[in-house]
Write a protein that binds this ligand. Structure first.
Ligand SMILES: Nc1ncnc2c1ncn2[C@@H]1O[C@H](COP(=O)(O)OP(=O)(O)OP(=O)(O)O)[C@@H](O)[C@H]1O
Ligand SMILES: [Mg+2]
Length: 497
C-alpha cells in the first residue's frame, strides 16, 4: 500500500510542565475524512498546531507522502499543501472576497500588473465549487462568520491543498450552512484531499468521517473505522466511563415572575415587539435559527444595545438598561456566545478570571481575598472539570473548551437574579456538557431566572421549562418544555406545525 498523505509518529509536546501530547501516532490517507475526537484539553488543537507548523514538537517525526519533514513552519506547511480552516477566520475585513483570495493565492511581485477580471473569475469559480452564494466583490467585513469560513475554504481549494484541517468548523453554523459544509467536505474527499476534522458532535462524526482517532490526556487511545464503533463506544474511549444524556428536570414549580418584557424592541438590532415573562426558578429556553434575534435580545437585556421601545421589568422594578454596568448593578449576568474572544483574559490567572466579577461582594478587605478567591476558583474548577495546571496558571494556557468553562464560571459565581446564557455548551465536551446542565438546573432550583439560548435543539427542549421561539427579530411563540423537535423547528422556520 502507498504511504499515507500524512504520518505522525510518537509526537510529544510539552508546555512547561503540561504534557499536552505524549507520543501520539496518527495517519491521514488521501481521500479520507479522519475525525479527531477527545475531551476538552485532550490535545487535539495542539496536534493540529504541530501539523500546521505553528508549534514545534518536542519529539517525534512527521512524514508527508512517505518523506520525513523537519522544522515545519507555517509557510513551509502551506507550501507543502497543508491548509487549516480556523474557527475565527483570518481574513482582511476591509478587502473584498476576491482581494483576500488574491492575497493568499498569488505570489506577490510589486510591479506585476494585476488582472482583476481574472481574479474575480477565479474567485467566482472557487466559491461556486463549494456552493457558496457570495459575490466576489463583497467586502469581508459584511460577511457572517460562517460565510468567512467558506471563503477560507475557497482559499484552501484554490491553493491546491492536499491536506485540509478543520478545528470545530460547525460550532457557529446554521443547519443549512452545516449541510453546505458537509457537502464541501465530501467534495474534497472525492478529489483525493485528506481532511482532518475536529468536532465534539458525535452525530456529525458518524455522518461525515471515514475513520476516527480518539485522544485522551495527550495520548491516542485508538483509531477506528467509523462503521466499527458506535457513539457509546466513542464516549467510553473518550471519557473512560459512561455518560448519560439525561437532562436534569425541575424538582419544584417556578415562583413569581422575575423578568417581564412588554413590547421590547431595538431598531438598531432589528428586534421588535418581544413580550414574555421568566419566573424565579424557571429556565426559559430561547430557540430559533442563527440570525433570528436571540443574541440581539440578550444584548438588549444586558444594556449593550439599549431598547428603544417597550418595557423591561426586573423583580418589580422597571429598568432602563443603558450599559452593562446598569445590568450588572440590577443583578443581570450575561455569558456571551463568543467566549473565545470575549470571555477569558489570557494573561490573568485562572482564579482571577473566575472571580473578577464578584470581587466586591466576596472580598470586603484585601487580606481575605487570597484564600476566598482560591476556594471559589477551586470549587468551579472541580465542578466544571476544568483541565488545567492549577488556579494560578494563565487563562491563555487553557484549551478552547476549558476557556469556555472559565467564562461560564465567572458569571455563575455572581449569583445574579437573571442569568442569560448564550450557547453555554458550545465547544464543550460531552462529559462537561452534562455537568454544566446540572449546574444550570441547580442555579434555577435556587431561585434564579435563567434564559438559555442554544442552537442545540435537544438542549433547548431538554433544559427549557418553556421554550420561546424567535424568528425575524421577534418572539413567534412559546411552547412547553419537552415539545416535539419538529414543532419547535416549524415555529423557528415560520411554517405551520
Ligand atoms: N500555550 C499553552 N501553554 C500552556 N498549556 C497549554 C498551551 N496550549 C495548550 N496547553 C495545554 O495543553 C493541553 C491540550 O490543549 P489543546 O488545546 O490541544 O486541547 P483540545 O483537545 O484542543 O481541547 P478543546 O476541545 O477544549 O479545544 C491542555 O491541557 C492545555 O491546557
Ligand atoms: Mg481545541
Amino acid at each position: 500500500m502507498s504511504s499515507p498523505l500524512l504520518a505522525l509518529r510518537q509526537i510529544v509536546k510539552n508546555y512547561g510542565g503540561v504534557r499536552a501530547l505524549r507520543g501520539v501516532d496518527f495517519d491521514l490517507r488521501a481521500g479520507e475524512v479522519h475525525a479527531l475526537l477527545g475531551e476538552n484539553g485532550a490535545g487535539k488543537s495542539t496536534l493540529i498546531k504541530i501539523v500546521t507548523g505553528a508549534h514545534a514538537p518536542d519529539g517525534g517525526t512527521i512524514s508527508l507522502a512517505g518523506q520525513p519533514v523537519a522544522d515545519l513552519t507555517p509557510a513551509s506547511a502551506r507550501a507543502l499543501g497543508i491548509a487549516c480552516i480556523y474557527q475565527q477566520p483570518a481574513l482582511f475585513p476591509d478587502l473584498t472576497v476576491a482581494e483576500n483570495l488574491a492575497l493568499r493565492l498569488d505570489a506577490t511581485s510589486a510591479h506585476a500588473r494585476v488582472d482583476w477580471t481574472a481574479r474575480r473569475a477565479r474567485a467566482t469559480a472557487l466559491l461556486d465549487r463549494i456552493g457558496a452564494a457570495i459575490a466576489p466583490d463583497t467586502e469581508v467585513c459584511t460577511l457572517s462568520m460562517p460565510e468567512q469560513q467558506l471563503v477560507e475554504i475557497a482559499c484552501a481549494l484554490g491553493s491546491g491543498a492536499r491536506i485540509v484541517i478543520m478545528d470545530e468548523p460547525t460550532a457557529s453554523l446554521t443547519q443549512k450552512e452545516q449541510h453546505l459544509l458537509y457537502a464541501v467536505v465530501r467534495d474534497l474527499r472525492k478529489n483525493g484531499v485528506g481532511v482532518i476534522y475536529i468536532s465534539h458532535r458525535l452525530e456529525e462524526i458518524s455522518a461525515l468521517a471515514d475513520r476516527v482517532t480518539v485522544l485522551r490526556d495527550g495520548q491516542s487511545v485508538g483509531t477506528h473505522a467509523v462503521g466499527d464503533i458506535n457513539e457509546a463506544g466513542l464516549i467510553r474511549l473518550m471519557v473512560g466511563r459512561e455518560v448519560a444524556q439525561i437532562y436534569p428536570a425541575a424538582e419544584s414549580a417556578p415562583g413569581a415572575p422575575v423578568l417581564s418584557l412588554r413590547g421590547v424592541g431595538c431598531t438598531a438590532s432589528g428586534v421588535h415587539d418581544v413580550s414574555f415573562d421568566v419566573r424565579a426558578g424557571e429556565i426559559f429556553g430561547l430557540g430559533g435559527l442563527v440570525g433570528a434575534g436571540r443574541t440581539e435580545l440578550a444584548r438588549i437585556l444586558f444594556g449593550l444595545t439599549p431598547a428603544d421601545s417597550g418595557q423591561i421589568t426586573l423583580a418589580g422594578e422597571t429598568l432602563l438598561l443603558r450599559s452593562p454596568q446598569d445590568a450588572v448593578a440590577h443583578g443581570i449576568a450575561y455569558v456571551p456566545e463568543d467566549r473565545r474572544r470575549h470571555g477569558v483574559v489570557l494573561e490573568l490567572p485562572i482564579a482571577q478570571n473566575i472571580t473578577m466579577a464578584v470581587h466586591r461582594r466576596l472580598f470586603p478587605t484585601t487580606w481575605l481575598r487570597f484564600g476566598a478567591e482560591r476556594a471559589l476558583a477551586l470549587d468551579y474548577i472541580r465542578d466544571l472539570a476544568v483541565k488545567c495546571a492549577g488556579p494560578d496558571a494563565p487563562g491563555g494556557s487553557l484549551s478552547g473548551g476549558n476557556q469556555q468553562k472559565i467564562a461560564l464560571a465567572r458569571w455563575l459565581a455572581t449569583r445574579p437574579k437573571l442569568l442569560i446564557l448564550d450557547e453555554p455548551t458550545q465547544g464543550v465536551d460531552i462529559g462537561a456538557k452534562s455537568e454544566i446542565h446540572k449546574i444550570i438546573r441547580r442555579l434555577a432550583q435556587e431561585g434564579l431566572a435563567v434564559i438559555l439560548i442554544s442552537s442545540d435543539l435537544p438542549e433547548v427542549i431538554g433544559m427549557g421549562d418553556r421554550i420561546g421561539v424567535m424568528a425575524h427579530g421577534t418572539l413567534r411563540t412559546i411552547l412547553p418544555g419537552g415539545s416535539d423537535p419538529h414543532t419547535v423547528m416549524a415555529a423557528a422556520l415560520g411554517t405551520a406545525a
